[in-house]
Design a protein around this ligand. Structure first.
Ligand code: ADP
Length: 320
């Protein structure tokens, strides 16, 4: 393997830069050249590509987002779009591809591999932590810390005004961010799509907490479970309590990546290069019980990732 390409695709996640840095520097260490592909599959089709060197990834380890930029490309979902990308593979002499992104990006990579035989290794980069085959995805830990920071701040106001706050967090169809941040932030209730909930039970808990002298309540809602505004409205109607709603939105994604995300990204990026060098393809690198592992894309794409039910139960017990 003499030359590989690297791209980031789908939603941005903090730590992607650390991963790009690892891919570039590990490849150069092995004498492999790297072509950076800008704007995900969109730049792959449009030939927005450039050779990267050691300096291309200098001073980015601590930056959120992705220096390669990211995009969504409807054209890559078509045969015609992928044929244009293949022309660029030939033009730039790319012999293997590292794709950093989520499930959709992996689907694109897998189809591209099936059609043209170009080796692909995927790296999970998404704040949602909704990818099977890995305990953690790059960007999840930073997002959870962003949410916990927000909870800390809102808690000050909630306590001062003795109010109930509903906070809606991201996660698409997954409750992982809400669960991890809810446990770390001491939320009174955590609503996630994986576990059915009842607003009346939440109100009951809220009112009995108030009776015991609780000064505030924080209810964390995963966007995939319900709308924070709707939950806030229902709580207000059922309890008469002044309930405020905050939708954290894009405050959750960016920011300085945590040490955990940087380390994970470095290990996964380096492993992706090693796999390509060893002739592997159609795999995703991930972390399982602390070990860096490779899983076939067929066992990753479209596969559900279960929630940690014990963690959910613990959060419930501790927030009584
Ligand atoms: P994520 O990778 O975060 O899940 P998306 O689902 O938006 O994000 O997918 C990112 C990109 O991957 C899409 O814009 C598209 O270019 C590509 N992609 C997704 N699904 C397919 C598919 N079925 N065939 C080819 N490319 C796909």
């Amino acid at each position: 393997m003499q030359r590989i390409g690297v791209l980031t695709s789908g939603g941005d996640a903090s730590g992607m830069n650390s991963c790009i840095r690892a891919v570039v520097r590990k490849a150069i260490y092995h004498g492999i050249e790297v072509i950076g592909i800008k704007r995900g599959y969109s730049g792959f089709i449009e030939a927005e590509m450039y050779p990267m060197n050691l300096g291309s990834v200098a001073d980015i380890i601590h930056r959120g987002g992705t220096i390669l930029h990211t995009a969504r490309s409807e054209r890559f979902k078509t045969k015609e779009g992928r044929a244009l990308a293949m022309e660029n593979v030939q033009r730039f002499g790319i012999q293997g591809l590292v794709v950093i992104g989520g499930d959709g990006s992996f689907t694109g990579a897998s189809i591209f591999h099936q059609e043209y035989g170009i080796p692909v290794i995927c790296v999970p980069g998404t704040i949602d932590n909704d990818i099977a085959g890995t305990d953690y995805t790059i960007g999840f830990d930073t997002a959870v810390n962003n949410v916990v920071d927000a909870i800390n701040k809102i808690r000050d106001t909630a306590t001062s005004h003795e109010r109930t706050f509903v906070i809606e967090v991201m996660g698409r169809g997954s409750g992982n961010i809400a669960l991890a941040a809810g446990l770390a932030g001491g939320a009174e209730s955590i609503l996630i799509p994986e576990i059915p909930f009842n607003v009346q039970d939440i109100c009951h808990k809220l009112l009995s907490g108030l009776k015991r002298g609780k000064l505030h309540s924080i209810i964390l809602v995963a966007e995939g479970a319900a709308s924070g505004l709707e939950i806030g409205k229902q709580i207000k109607e059922l309890t008469g309590l002044d309930t405020k709603v905050t939708i954290l939105g894009h405050l959750q994604r960016g920011g300085i990546p945590t040490a955990f995300d940087r380390t994970l990204a470095a290990r996964l990026g380096a492993k992706a290069v090693e796999l390509l060098k060893d002739g592997e393809t159609n795999k995703m690198v991930g972390i399982k019980s602390g070990e860096i592992v490779a899983t076939d894309l067929t066992e990753v794409i479209g596969q559900p990732k279960s929630i940690d039910k014990e963690m959910y139960e613990l959060a419930k017990i501790l927030s009584i």
